[in-house]
Design a protein around this ligand. Structure first.
Ligand SMILES: [Zn+2]
Length: 370
């Protein structure tokens, strides 16, 4: 075999850009939602471009709370995105993360509680995990040592929630400083640098107080991005159609508008009617009152691929509760094999359901899907 032939064999016809490129692993249903069905029909470049919409769907869409609420304690860590804060019983705001089964964990943080002059500010630690606390301390120590502490991002937020500036370790093992203003953040850095050697000696000699977050009020900030969320949902339908029908099928020109929409190249908004409303491109994806869950119970995600002349459509149901109708393309087809798939929420299974099984599992036989 010639060298050029070998090279050609390693290439795939990408279902998004239509080019022959090196394949990558694209999850049909996002890995972050617990999907485990992989297709290699997407090139690396196109796949990389999807990380933002996939992350937004999983972490800050309307069902991100369902995702975190449903994640089993022993399954992969599912995090709620956005800025999450908790009021401690003493009335202090603390940075937290919300993970599987809505478990609230206090992020490792060092705070500065200002005392009236001339008393120096009091330093306090908080966190749920002693190991992570040590990571925070060594990272701060390193950054103070090499002067990089001045480059740590200052998150300026709500003055009440950001009272008592603090340095926080978040889940990507990065640091940020929360403060009510940029100036307060900078002042915090100066004070922390000044007293650090003292703190460092202190933490070496004593046990750090870390504790699980007791129940309390948590303020969650979720950003809803309907276009990004809908594009990520359309991608599930399109990916699955490609798995069932092949790359050539979905690369037909009738699917081009959908493809460009998913890739973010063409999003059409209705002109605003003089209001501040957020508009959303509704050409392809619409919320749908009935989904597979309405007639067929499922613990996970389900996707139905169907055809109602002339539209090839999908019903995508996530967390057995949120259903979207995805209109993929108009085609004149003599027949179309309905496909029903079920996906786990914990990266364990994905399977095609026999229509007989769908029929046996159905609970309400009268719902018509149009
Ligand atoms: Zn591509």
């Amino acid at each position: 075999m010639k060298r050029s032939d070998t090279k050609k064999m390693e290439q795939i016809l990408c279902i998004y850009c239509g080019n022959h490129r090196s394949p990558s692993e694209e999850h049909v249903v996002q890995k972050s939602l617990g999907g485990n069905l992989i297709t290699n029909l997407v090139c690396k470049d196109c796949n990389t471009g999807f990380s933002t919409i996939d992350q937004r769907l999983a972490e800050s869409s309307i069902f991100s709370l369902a995702r975190v609420g449903n994640a089993l304690p022993e399954s992969f860590p599912a995090y709620l995105g956005g800025d999450n804060l908790r009021v401690s019983p003493e009335g202090r705001w603390e940075d937290v993360r919300i993970t599987n089964r809505m478990k609230v964990e206090i992020l490792p943080q060092i705070r500065l509680e200002k005392e009236p002059e001339p008393v120096p500010p009091r330093i306090a630690f908080a966190g749920s995990d002693p190991d992570e606390m040590r990571v925070l301390i060594s990272l701060v120590d390193k950054k103070i040592g090499n002067g990089a502490i001045n480059k740590v991002f200052i998150k300026v937020g709500d003055p009440i929630k950001s009272k008592d500036p603090r340095i926080v370790l978040h889940r990507h093992k990065d640091l940020y400083i929360r403060a009510a203003s940029q100036a307060e953040g900078e002042e915090f850095i100066a004070v922390l640098t000044r007293v650090w050697s003292q703190i460092y000696t202190q933490v070496q000699g004593s046990q750090l107080k870390v504790e699980p977050a007791p129940p309390g009020v948590v303020a969650v900030e979720v950003q809803v991005c309907p276009d990004e969320n809908h594009r990520a949902i359309a991608k599930i339908a399109y990916n699955l159609l490609a798995v069932c029908k092949g790359a050539e099928y979905v690369l037909q020109p009738e699917f081009t508008p959908l493809r460009e929409y998913i890739r973010g190249n063409e999003i059409v908004h209705e002109p605003l009617q003089g209001s501040e409303d957020v508009t959303v491109d509704t050409r392809f994806v619409q919320s749908f009152p009935y989904g597979p869950s309405a007639f067929m119970p499922s613990d996970g995600h389900t996707v139905v691929l169907g055809y109602s002349h002339p539209t090839v459509f999908a019903l995508v149901t996530l967390y057995s509760n949120f259903t979207y109708l995805v209109k993929m393309a108009d085609l004149d087809l003599p027949e179309f094999q309905i496909e029903v798939f079920e996906f786990s929420i914990d990266r364990t299974t994905s399977r095609r359901l026999d229509l007989r099984e769908v029929y046996q599992r159905r609970t309400t036989p009268d719902i018509q899907i149009r």
